[in-house]
Design a binder for this molecule. Structure first.
Ligand SMILES: Nc1ncnc2c1ncn2[C@@H]1O[C@H](COP(=O)(O)OP(=O)(O)OP(=O)(O)O)[C@@H](O)[C@H]1O
Length: 468
């Protein structure tokens, strides 16, 4: 981490940062520290928050995803109060560390009062060409392929091998944290390697911000050059274009121009084009012109393989039984799976202990339930009611309306599967006289979970919430 430049004139921010730095430097493995923490620096302290700058957005996202809890654990004890940690991109040139900036001793009593310092401007600035660079960590060879994502992987590789000619656009969709961004960046790398030039890879939020900035500064020509003069355009999370009519219209014209010139377009979204509400139909129908592929939540073996690969890359010594424990309990989001691994590795490093089942259970108690844990029927009823926007009273009523009957059947199925309750006790908690209703509910859900996307999604989301 960049050290403050003068020990004599330490501001509260510099002083706090020196303390955080010396804790992390002293306790973390050196390679971990050098790689992720040394490039960070403090930006501002005040109004109950500490803002930390990372050199680019990949670095920021990684530290935010994986190490936020480390800061949340150590900073409040240094300042003696609750404090919010905010990560931002801060790529201004960094001063050389000064040898006089040795960290002060770590005595809580010498922690200075927190004097607010001005926060940096957040109003944009010139378009940074580096925004369009793909993240080097997201490549095809770091992506683990399994049944849940092999179509998406194959489509991404096909598009990268023959950009603009195979499927244009390629539209990847699926729940959060399942690897859509990873594949987008992998395609961008491969196209850059193959044909050079410039690829424009951007989140739809960034695209929107750039568009708004260009409008207000009168730099539309520059904006259009950025997004139209490229060998591929890859836009992440296009669902955020919904409701932003002017931006979506500009994107529509960009899409048409690139498509007409056989420039590859790759898009990702958390839902399919048909489900994109609030977005011009002409645009949504264009999203279906090429290939649309859904990425599903990875199955157990893929989750375990992802953990193994990640541990290899980060040189983390991860025993098989801990891999299995994590893969068994963290099911629906690879980002959370990776986050758990990194949190575990950081704590093992801080405590100078090897990674064991016990350490995993201690550190990850929020995502790994105690052995033998089963949710109660009441908890299942609450979660199911919340998921479907009902009250528990409605869920357990005698109503036969489909919008209540289906959630009730889902809840009964979960009570049997997760809570392992008897048919009779489930019937009682749903105000049914006998258990034949429960049997029919379970049979219906068993059929629907094979055929109905809505039920499949509900069971996945509810299971991961109730039995993490
Ligand atoms: N199959 C996989 N193999 C290796 N890493 C994966 C895989 N799937 C996801 N990841 C990793 O999980 C993390 C989250 O993935 P990513 O950001 O691509 O998800 P996403 O689908 O774009 O999520 P969101 O919709 O929230 O943006 C990344 O670090 C990514 O490298």
């Amino acid at each position: 981490m960049d050290a403050p430049t003068s020990a004599k004139m330490l501001t509260p921010l510099d002083d706090l940062w020196s303390r955080i730095d010396s804790i992390l430097r002293a306790r973390l493995r050196q390679d971990l520290y050098e790689r992720w923490f040394s490039p960070l620096r403090p930006i501002a302290l005040g109004d109950g928050r500490l803002q930390i700058g990372a050199p680019d957005r990949f670095h920021r996202d990684f530290v935010e995803d994986h190490y936020r809890s480390l800061f949340e654990d150590c900073v409040p004890s240094l300042v003696g109060e609750r404090i919010r940690i905010v990560f931002a991109v801060d790529d201004a040139p960094r001063p050389m560390p000064s040898p006089s900036a040795a960290a002060p001793a770590l005595t809580p009593s010498s922690t200075p009062a927190l004097t607010p310092v001005p926060l940096p401007r957040t109003d944009g600035g010139p378009i940074d060409p580096r925004d369009s660079r793909p993240n080097p960590r997201y490549a095809f060879d770091t992506f683990v392929v399994g049944a849940s994502n092999h179509f998406a992987f194959a489509a991404a590789q096909a598009v990268a091998a023959n950009p603009g000619r195979t499927w244009n656009p390629l539209f990847l969709h699926g729940d959060s944290g399942l690897g859509k961004t990873h594949l987008l960046h992998a395609v961008a790398h491969a196209i850059l390697e193959k044909s050079g030039g410039r690829v424009a890879i951007v989140s739809s939020e960034r695209y929107t911000n750039d568009f708004v900035a260009a409008l207000s500064k009168g730099t539309m020509d520059e904006f259009r050059r950025k997004y139209r003069e490229c060998s591929a355009l890859l836009v992440d999370d296009v669902q955020f274009l919904a409701g932003k009519d002017k931006t979506a219209e500009e994107f529509f014209h960009t899409f048409n121009e690139l498509h007409d010139h056989h420039v590859q377009i790759v898009l990702s979204s958390d839902r399919s084009p048909k489900e994109l509400k609030g977005l011009d139909e002409r645009l949504c129908s264009r999203f279906e012109w090429g290939m649309r592929v859904q990425i599903e939540a990875p199955e157990f073996e893929t989750r375990a393989a992802i953990l193994k690969k990640k541990a290899d890359v980060e040189t983390i010594d991860l025993p098989d039984e801990v891999t299995q424990l994590l893969a068994q309990h963290i099911r629906s989001n690879v980002r959370e799976l990776e986050g758990a691994l990194m949190r575990l590795a950081a704590f093992a490093s801080l405590k100078s202990e090897p990674i064991t089942i016990q350490l995993a259970r201690d550190v990850l108690s929020d995502v790994i339930p105690p052995e033998g844990y089963r949710p109660s029927i009441e908890r299942i009823q609450e979660e199911v009611a919340g998921y479907y926007g009902l009250t528990v009273a409605k869920l357990t009523s005698a109503s036969r309306e489909q919008k209540i009957a289906l959630p009730r059947q889902v809840a009964m199925w979960l009570c049997r599967e997760l809570a392992k309750e008897t048919l009779q006790s489930i019937a009682e908690k749903f105000n049914k006289k006998d258990h034949t209703t429960v049997i029919s509910a379970i049979e219906r859900v068993n059929t629907l979970r094979e055929t109905d996307e809505g039920v499949k999604g509900a069971l996945r989301a509810l299971t991961s919430k109730l039995a993490p």
